[in-house]
Ligand binder design. Structure first.
Ligand code: PBG
Length: 326
């Protein structure tokens, strides 16, 4: 055949493919989500997230050391709060001796260089499993924002580098920024979950933290998955309100949103490959229906290719092990 273009030439060998690859991903791009529980000597498996665990603080130390060895330098913290400490207002979230605050201090003592990010939302602390304060059937915005700002301040005081509001209340980034600045925490950053969808892919996470909503769903605050332009609107507003980085969540089913956000903003874009995305790959691989390693790499590269600068993923360690040749 006479062909003056043969595009397969650039796919001939692995070396050529590597040379011209448009997307690369390193451990630096990752944020590792960590689940923390009270007590000691605990490394509890999460059934719907095979290979993932909840750690008590003492055992979290080994995990942090391992992450460092794998060149994973950033963590996003979630705590599992005992039922006895849950209420409607999230009082425990503000306790300077609360689990989140202790965890931040603990990690910073092990290694001050680790980037510590904290989840800011009321659901782990809420008797209702909602991200905000409940009045009747409503998740009330403004009183919730006040608590969230105080919660963010408590995290900053404990030493968090970034607070990550995941609640989707209106005006929370502005309130958090003001609260932090007024208290002198001008260097504490905000990674805002700007475009967070009401998604069925959060199921395993809610198992991990025992935080499923007791009534209703989260559709009055998290976004409708039929919408894309709304993601841009939410994201631009968060940046205006002071977000240093913005996030799209979930990732895999929202690659179009990641791309659109990336093209509309001038701040780093993060994407969260959530618990259900992890669980699906794990479950299919456990059945030998797909190859876990290659499906994992493909899913992560797709998120990066779509435009994510930073990826929050339960696969961070597995990916870093491959990169580090372990
Ligand atoms: C809570 C929060 C959720 C996740 C991160 N922060 C759950 C939810 O909104 O119900 C989900 C993460 C995951 O599924 O991996 N505000």
């Amino acid at each position: 055949m006479e062909l003056n273009k043969r595009y397969r030439r650039l796919r001939c060998t692995a070396a050529i493919r590597n040379m011209v690859a448009e997307t690369s991903l390193t451990p630096d791009n990752f944020v590792v989500p960590l689940f923390v529980v009270e007590g000691s000597d605990k490394k509890e498996p999460i059934p719907s997230m095979p290979g993932y665990f909840r750690f008590s603080l003492d055992l979290l130390k080994d995990e942090i050391v391992e992450l460092k060895k794998l060149k994973l330098n950033s963590v996003l913290l979630f705590v599992k709060v005992p039922d006895s400490l849950k209420d409607n207002e999230g009082k425990e979230a503000l306790n300077p001796q609360g689990l989140m605050q202790r965890t931040v201090r603990f990690i910073k003592e092990i290694d001050p260089e680790i980037i510590v990010m904290t989840d800011v939302a009321l659901d782990p602390y809420s008797v209702h499993g909602h991200d905000g304060i409940v009045a009747g059937e409503e998740i009330v915005n403004d009183p919730t924002v006040e608590v969230l700002a105080n919660m963010a301040l408590a995290h900053a005081q404990a030493g968090a580098d970034f607070v990550a509001p995941s609640d989707m209340m209106d005006g929370r980034v502005k309130a958090i920024r003001n609260k932090l600045d007024y208290a002198g925490f001008t260097n504490t950053g905000i990674l805002s979950y700007s475009a967070k969808y009401a998604s069925s892919f959060y199921g395993p996470f809610r198992d991990a933290l025992d935080s499923a909503p007791g009534f209703g769903d989260k559709k009055t605050y998290q976004m409708d998955f039929r919408n894309g332009t709304e993601a841009i609107k939410e994201t631009l507003l968060d940046i205006e309100e002071g977000a240093d980085m913005v996030m799209v969540k979930p990732a895999g089913a929202y690659l179009d949103i990641i791309r659109r956000v990336k093209e509309n903003v001038a701040v780093p874009v993060a994407a969260y490959q959530v618990s259900g995305e992890y669980a699906m790959i794990k479950a299919a691989a456990a059945n030998n229906w797909i190859d876990e390693k290659s499906a994992m790499i493909e899913s992560l590269m797709a998120i990066k290719r779509a435009g994510a600068d930073v990826i929050v993923s339960y696969f961070a360690k597995d990916f870093a092990k491959i990169v580090n040749g372990k």
